[in-house]
Design a protein around this ligand. Structure first.
Ligand SMILES: *Cc1c(COP(=O)(O)O)cnc(C)c1O
Length: 409
C-alpha cells in the first residue's frame, strides 16, 4: 500500500522577504469560493467588476484593463510578444535583475534589444533615458518601476512625456511596486503596465493585472490574426502575427471584451483572489495603503539601522516596501536566514547576481506592512545576529522602529 500524504497543511510563517508575502486572509477566503461556469453571468459580472477595480488601482481610464492568467512574467510576456514585432527595436534600461528579464523576454519576442545600465543600487535620470531613446530610436521602452533585486524605485513620472515626444511606446513592469508606491498609468503616459499579486497587493502569485492604452490596443489590433480555420495561405510567413496563442493580447482582449470570444478558461479562483486583493486595497484607500507601506517601510529601515546594519543602495530612491541590508562581516548569511525561518518562522530574502551573499532583503508589504510584523522581525533578527557573532545594540532595532511609530524620527 502506498502512503497517501495528508491534506496540505503548511507551517505558520511570517513572510518578510521580497515576495511572495503572507496573503490577506480575506483573499484566501475568496479563493476558496465555489467555481461557476466560464460564461455564467456571475462570472462575466465578476470579471467586469475586477476590471473596474484595477482601473482604479492603475489610475487609468483604459478600457483594456484585465488579468493575464499566470505569474507576473505572464503579463510581461503578453505585453512584449503582443506589442513588439520581430525586428522592432526595444530599449531596456537595466537597474537590476528584472531589467535583464525584460530584455530577455524582448529578445524571445525577436526584438532588436538595446540596454543601458546603471550600477545596482541606483536608478536612471530622465535625461539618461532620453539620450538613449534618441540614440536607439526604439519602438518600445521597457522599464521596471520597482526592482526587488536592488530595492530601487525608478521614477516614471517624466518618462511618458519623453516617450511621447519621440513616438515610443512606454511599458512598465510594476510587479514589485504597485499598491505600495504611487503609480499613475494615465497621468504618467503609460501605454502598457503589468503586475502580479504577490507583492504589495497581498495575494498569491498566479494572476497578472495588465492595463493597455488605446495606442497599445491599436498596435495589437493591427497584427495579423492567426486562428485555426481563418488563416490565409501564405500567412505562416507573415512577419507580424503574435507568436503565442496563450499570450496573444488580441485574443485575450476579445475574451474579456463585450464579444466574449472563447480563448482560455479564465482561472476562476485566481480571479476571485485578484478581485479581493483590489477590493481590500480600495476599501482601505489607495493613498492610505501607500502611506501604510511608507510608514512600516520607514520603521523597518530605522530598525535595521538601529541594529547597526548598513543599508544597500541609494536610499532616496528605495521602494517603500523592501529594504536590502549588508550581511555583517563574519555572519554566515544563509545559516542566519535559516535560523530566522526555523527558530522564529520568519522568512527574509536572499539576493541575486552581484549582491548574492552580500545582502539580505526584508519586505514590509501587503498584509505584512504591519507594526507587529515589523517589530517581531526586528526582535528575531537581533537575536539571530547575536547568535551568529554580530555585535548588535540590545533592543536597538525594535526601539528605533517604535520611535518611528511614535512619530519621533
Ligand atoms: C517579483 C517580481 C516579478 C515576479 O515575477 P513572477 O513571474 O511573478 O515570479 C517580476 N517583476 C518584478 C519587477 C518583480 O519584482
Amino acid at each position: 500500500m502506498t502512503l497517501l500524504p495528508g491534506p496540505i497543511d503548511p507551517p505558520t510563517r511570517l513572510l518578510m522577504g521580497p515576495g511572495p508575502i503572507s496573503a490577506y486572509p480575506s483573499v484566501l477566503t475568496a479563493m476558496s469560493a465555489q467555481l461557476v461556469g466560464q460564461y455564467d453571468p456571475f462570472m462575466t459580472g465578476a470579471m467586469a467588476e475586477t476590471q473596474e477595480l484595477y482601473r482604479r488601482i492603475w489610475a487609468t481610464r483604459n478600457d483594456a484593463t484585465l488579468l493575464i492568467d499566470g505569474t507576473s512574467r505572464a503579463g510581461i510576456e503578453a505585453a512584449m510578444i503582443s506589442l513588439v514585432r520581430p525586428g522592432d527595436r526595444v530599449l531596456v534600461p537595466v537597474f537590476g535583475r528584472f531589467g535583464h528579464l525584460l530584455a530577455e523576454i524582448a529578445e524571445r519576442a525577436m526584438a532588436e534589444v538595446h540596454t543601458i545600465e546603471v550600477p545596482w543600487g541606483q536608478v536612471f535620470t530622465p535625461a539618461a533615458i532620453e539620450e538613449a531613446i534618441v540614440r536607439v530610436r526604439p519602438h518600445l521602452l521597457g522599464l521596471v518601476q520597482g526592482d526587488t533585486s536592488t530595492t530601487m524605485l525608478q521614477p516614471l513620472d517624466e518618462i511618458g512625456a519623453i516617450c511621447d515626444r519621440h513616438g515610443v511606446l512606454f511599458y512598465s513592469d510594476a510587479t514589485a511596486s504597485l499598491g505600495g508606491n504611487p503609480f499613475e498609468a494615465d497621468a504618467w503616459g503609460l501605454d502598457a503596465a503589468t503586475a502580479g499579486l504577490q507583492k504589495c497587493l497581498g495575494g498569491p502569485s498566479g494572476s497578472a493585472p495588465i492595463t493597455l492604452s488605446e495606442r497599445a490596443v491599436e498596435i495589437i489590433r493591427s497584427r495579423k490574426k492567426i486562428e485555426a480555420g481563418i488563416r490565409e495561405p501564405g500567412d505562416e510567413d507573415a512577419p507580424d502575427f503574435v507568436r503565442s496563442n496563450y499570450f496573444d493580447l488580441g485574443m485575450i482582449l476579445d475574451y474579456w471584451g463585450p464579444r466574449r470570444l472563447n480563448h482560455h478558461t479564465e482561472a476562476t479562483s485566481m480571479l476571485y483572489g485578484a478581485r479581493e486583493c483590489a477590493r481590500v486595497l480600495l476599501g482601505e484607500g489607495r493613498d492610505a495603503v501607500i502611506e501604510r507601506h511608507v510608514l512600516h517601510g520607514e520603521a523597518m529601515l530605522a530598525g535595521v539601522r538601529g541594529l547597526g546594519l548598513v543599508v544597500f543602495g541609494d536610499v532616496a530612491h528605495k521602494m517603500s516596501n523592501v529594504v536590502a541590508v549588508e550581511i555583517p562581516e563574519g555572519v554566515a548569511g544563509d545559516a542566519a536566514r535559516q535560523a530566522m525561518l526555523e527558530d522564529f518562522g520568519i522568512e527574509i530574502g536572499t539576493s541575486f547576481g552581484p549582491l548574492h551573499g552580500r545582502v539580505w532583503r526584508i519586505g514590509t508589504m501587503g498584509y505584512n506592512a504591519r507594526k507587529d510584523a515589523v517589530l517581531t522581525t526586528l526582535a528575531a533578527l537581533e537575536q539571530v545576529l547575536r547568535r551568529f557573532g554580530a555585535k548588535v545594540p540590545a533592543g536597538g532595532g525594535v526601539e528605533a522602529a517604535l520611535d518611528v511609530y511614535a512619530g519621533a524620527r
